[in-house]
Design a protein. Structure first.
Length: 365
């Protein structure tokens, strides 16, 4: 991928470019000379002020000899912000070409995104101070470069604009709630009824899940046994669910769109997260289930939210991602639980973003 952005200084006879910023997916590692880190903390921007400047800048700096570029990013983030506990991910390669920069030669760096959790109390570098801001600064140190880096991060899904995203809708099972013990219990009971071992049932079920089918349901059907009751008492929150919802609820409206039995609100209350949720749309109460698009339409209507201003976050491609995309919602596939085994077979099944666990949502929203 390449994106050109020029600053033009025009005359009647000629046009002279001042600064050109390009973006790439890959480049030879030896050409990377810089690391720049777009950083956030609790949903706010983190910027640095150099001791000799009155402007704000994104953390970053030069790569040292024989240093891995990810180590450059981690070192610069610590030196310039005091970040000691953080998650960091690569975004893309960027380059800068300007007359006053390396004699106009195109230079390359790597752009990263970091979610900072904890800061050291004092800074130990040329940085005078950091600022944690709700909005982007006006007085940039590098106004021809830094805003373009943030815009590219937005385009690649790392920084959705707050004025674009109003509502986040979550699935419940294997998204907010860990259902692994429930599935384990169900498969053990199928094993008892059928006379097979748990290991045999588990292996059989996994083969169906990897084929984009409901493994427990298919195994019970194939063996001619009744599917055991869903024992919700074994459900537990993922360890990061509460913290994730707490932080996101300060920025967005939070909703649930889920195939659930009666009493979803009470169960979420008992799990300690109901207070973070503004709207619950559950199949038992609504009389319609995912993947039927009508349940998503109900949620959008009651939230007074346009599809383009909403994100659906779930573990199931068939139930969460496909119908939400059809309506024009943004989508995030949380690859947790058995839904992570789904094999993408069509463009319609591709989410706007894939994450490995719910806590990763905080890196991008």
């Amino acid at each position: 991928m390449e994106s050109n952005d020029w600053k033009i200084e025009g005359t009647d006879d000629e046009e002279t470019y001042m600064t050109k910023v390009n973006f790439y997916d890959n480049i030879d590692d030896s050409m990377l000379k810089f690391a720049v880190i777009i950083a956030r903390h609790n949903g706010k921007w983190v910027f640095c002020k150099h001791k000799e400047r009155n402007t704000w800048e994104v953390p970053g700096g030069h790569r040292e000899s024989n240093e891995d570029i990810i180590d450059t990013a981690k070192r610069e983030l610590f030196e310039e912000t005091g970040a000691i506990d953080f998650d960091i991910s690569p975004i893309c390669i960027y380059s800068v070409t300007a007359p006053d920069n390396f004699d106009g030669v195109e230079t390359f760096g790597k752009l990263f995104f970091a979610e900072i959790h904890t800061f050291e109390k004092e800074l130990h570098s040329e940085i005078e101070k950091i600022a944690i801001m709700d909005e982007l600064p006006i007085n940039w140190t590098y106004p021809e470069i830094q805003p373009k880096l943030l815009e590219e991060a937005r385009k690649r899904g790392f920084l959705p604009k707050k004025d674009e995203i109003k509502w986040l809708f979550f699935d419940v099972g294997s998204t907010l709630v860990d259902e692994s013990k429930v599935y384990e219990d169900r498969m053990k009971r199928i094993a008892e009824i059928s006379g097979l071992t748990y290991e045999q049932i588990y292996k059989y079920a996994m083969s169906f899940y990897k084929g984009n089918k409901k493994g427990d349901l298919e195994v019970a059907r194939q063996l001619g046994v009744k599917l055991p009751k869903w024992e919700s008492q074994y459900e537990r929150l993922y360890t990061y669910t509460k913290d994730c919802l707490k932080k996101l609820s300060k920025i967005y409206k939070i909703g649930v769109i889920a195939n659930q039995s009666l009493g979803t609100s009470e169960r979420l209350e008992n799990l300690g997260v109901r207070k973070y949720i503004d709207l619950i749309i559950a199949s038992a109460e609504e009389g319609v289930s995912k993947p039927d698009r009508r349940i998503f339409e109900i949620a959008l209507e009651r939230s007074c939210c346009k599809p383009e201003n909403a994100v659906m976050i779930g573990d199931r491609i068939d139930n969460d991602i496909v119908p939400a995309k059809q309506l024009g919602m943004k989508t995030i596939w949380v690859k947790q639980g058995l839904g992570s085994l789904w094999n993408i077979t069509d463009e319609s099944e591709k989410a706007d973003m894939e994450i490995n666990n719910l806590s990763d949502v905080l890196k991008y929203l």
